[in-house]
Design a protein around this ligand. Structure first.
Ligand code: HEM
Ligand SMILES: *[C@@H]1O[C@H](CO)[C@@H](O)[C@H](O)[C@H]1NC(C)=O
Length: 217
């Protein structure tokens, strides 16, 4: 919490070490999220990354998740790596098109090279929880296929539904071109970092019914 008030390089370093996710009760969707704010500029600008999951999600299984980003308007693209590093895990990259609509792009990187479109994860944008104003925009989306994935070696990896896990994020000031296409080429990030996400802080007893309601609207 304090990290939001601090500014400057030293604070950025301290926050990167000390911050852990907190619970966020979202008034728009009714979901409880595990939420973490990550600085991408030393002046205090940052992106908030939130994840909500079902409270009956089991370790070493696949489950749906809802993801929400809150993004300052100067961001070109913002990325989330579900597996905590860039290579070989589901990447979500988000930006806006010229009509202010969020574009959600599912990607996979074979290494530290430009990530390509990835069909193993699907994102469904919800209208509720997706909005913008003069300083920020945010989106809320269902992800199917983000909690498990298979490496090139054949090994399957899982997101743990309780306890601290590492996710990763990346920021670029440049929007992909053309902005209307989710498969547009990305330019490399200016900043990347890690998110200490405790999904146990984003457990929802009524996950399925809320997702059904959000899918209708
Ligand atoms: C054109 C697109 C991209 C290129 C060319 C690229 C390239 C690279 C390179 C060269 C590094 C190593 C940098 C270093 O060690 O200093 C790196 C690191 C990293 N990148 Fe990317 N990247 C791209 C997109 C992304 C996206 C979309 C994400 C996340 C959604 C991401 C997340 C990361 C992270 C977390 C690291 C730190 C090392 C790690 O944990 O793997 N990158 N990237
Ligand atoms: C602008 O929108 C963001 C994202 O929804 C929100 O977090 C922020 O509180 C809003 N700011 C104002 C002044 O309403």
């Amino acid at each position: 919490m304090l990290c939001r008030l601090w500014a400057g390089f030293v604070a950025a370093v301290l926050c990167a070490v000390a911050a852990a996710s907190e619970t966020y009760n979202d008034p728009d969707t009714g979901l409880v999220f595990s939420s973490e704010f990550k600085l991408y500029k030393a002046d205090g600008r940052g992106i908030t990354y939130r994840v909500a999951i079902p409270d009956d999600a089991q370790a070493y299984s696949s489950f749906d998740a809802v993801v929400q980003f809150v993004v300052p308007n100067d961001v070109g693209w913002a990325g989330l790596a579900w597996g905590g590093s860039m290579p070989q895990n589901p990447l979500l990259v988000a930006w806006r098109d010229d009509s202010n609509r969020p574009i959600l792009s599912s990607r996979w990187a074979t290494g530290h090279v430009a990530p390509q479109p990835y069909n193993g994860a699907q994102y469904t944008l919800f209208q509720t929880g997706t909005k913008s104003n003069s300083t920020h925009w945010q989106f809320t989306a269902l992800c199917q296929g983000c909690s498990s994935w298979t490496l090139n070696s054949g090994v399957t990896r899982y997101v743990m539904p309780r306890g601290g896990i590492r996710m990763a994020f990346a920021y670029s000031p440049n929007r992909p071109s053309p902005p209307s296409s989710p498969t547009s080429t990305l330019t490399i990030h200016e900043v990347f970092g890690y998110i200490d996400q405790d999904l146990g802080k984003g457990l929802n007893a009524n996950f399925q019914s809320i997702v059904e309601r959000l899918s209708m609207s």
